[in-house]
Design a protein around this ligand. Structure first.
Ligand code: XIL
Length: 334
């Protein structure tokens, strides 16, 4: 049988993919087993899906993914213990519908993290503990969310402490997007330095890697990896996809007259971009401890429908028929 990504990269890092319960059978499951050495639940371990009501957890989907991983000797990256999206409304409200106090919210956070991390202890080797806490606006620092409004900065520290207490072996990550854009990089660095200086148990930074043909540049990518690693943190690429559209365009509806053709020229440019990214990843194998793709093939990518149904982005290494693309060849040739 042909070698898979995981075999080409055996001496470098695990190569992972985001999956849902629907990925665990048929063609998609076969491709996952042949190509990857790690999985991340795309949605199943997020707070909303896994903890829809205060006293009810919904384990079925996450369990199915973890069982599939164990049966096929795949690692599992857990995602995500604290985020501002896909978070259940009950968390922030008391029985009268009024906002809860900081004490109540932190207690709920502790219960949530302890329960989820405990259940998958020894099966999930790494967790995205806090996802996307830095604001988009360069003038701001932390994102304005209910977590921040109710708890101030403490929610961050506490989330890592609760996760570490529940599973001292798990590798704990701060995860975010546009982590290579210089101004956001500086703010993320500042946050992580503060956490490290305060001896908070954070072990790695996840660069989501929702990238394009334009960014990041090689220099920006190297600078980001080096700057985060200088704090003694591991770096993982946690949600890699390379859209054929720039960031803003991929996130708005298609306008009349705009082409959405996946031309040979675009496929070629994308292959070159992937080649550069993986060359850089290999260069940093001492600190770069994992690369995970966000979805399996161009047949289904979250980018095509989120935040609005726009156009197809063709962002992955496998095409709509799950066959390897030019970019695949570039990634495995070195
Ligand atoms: C996305 C999923 O892929 C979608 O299915 C869901 O509708 C929204 O969330 N950053 C993250 C991921 O950290 O959790 C997001 O996943 C993509 C952006």
């Amino acid at each position: 049988p042909d070698k898979g990504l995981k075999d080409y990269y055996r001496d470098y890092f695990p190569v992972g993919v985001a999956v849902g319960p629907q990925s665990l059978q048929g063609e998609e499951a076969a491709l996952i087993k042949a190509q990857f050495s790690s999985v991340t639940p795309e949605n199943a371990m997020k707070m909303g899906p896994i903890h829809p009501e205060e006293n009810r957890y919904y384990w079925q989907d996450a369990d199915a993914i973890v069982n599939f991983a164990q049966a096929n000797k795949l690692r599992v990256r857990g995602h995500a213990l604290l985020w501002h999206e896909q978070t259940p409304a009950w968390l922030f409200k008391d029985a009268q519908g009024k906002p809860v106090s900081k004490e109540v919210l932190l207690k709920r956070l502790q219960d949530h993290i302890t329960t989820v991390v405990n259940r998958y202890k020894g099966k999930v080797y790494a967790w995205d503990v806090v996802n996307e806490a830095i604001a988009d606006n360069p003038q701001e620092f932390l994102r304005d969310t209910e977590w921040y409004r109710i708890c101030g900065e403490d929610f961050l520290v506490k989330a890592f402490e609760y996760a570490h207490a529940a599973d001292p072996q798990a590798v704990l990550f701060y995860n975010d997007y546009n982590t290579e854009r210089p101004e956001k990089r500086e703010r993320i660095y500042r946050l992580l330095k503060k956490l490290k200086d305060a001896k908070v148990p954070v072990h790695g930074v996840g660069l989501q890697g929702h990238w394009s043909l334009q960014e990041p540049t090689e220099a920006e990518l190297r600078k980001a990896i080096e700057q985060y690693a200088s704090l003694g943190l591991q770096v993982q690429i946690t949600e890699l996809d390379v859209s054929i559209y720039p960031w803003e365009k991929a996130r708005r509806a298609k306008r009349p007259g705009e082409s959405d053709a996946y031309t040979p020229a675009l496929e070629q440019q994308q292959a070159a971009q992937y080649k550069m990214f993986f060359r850089v990843f290999r260069d940093y194998k001492q600190v770069l401890t994992g690369v995970t793709f966000w979805n399996v093939s161009d047949k289904y990518s979250w980018l095509d429908t989120y935040p609005v149904a726009g156009r197809k982005n063709y962002p992955l290494l496998f095409d709509q028929n799950m066959k390897p693309k030019k970019a695949f060849q570039e990634v495995v040739t070195f």
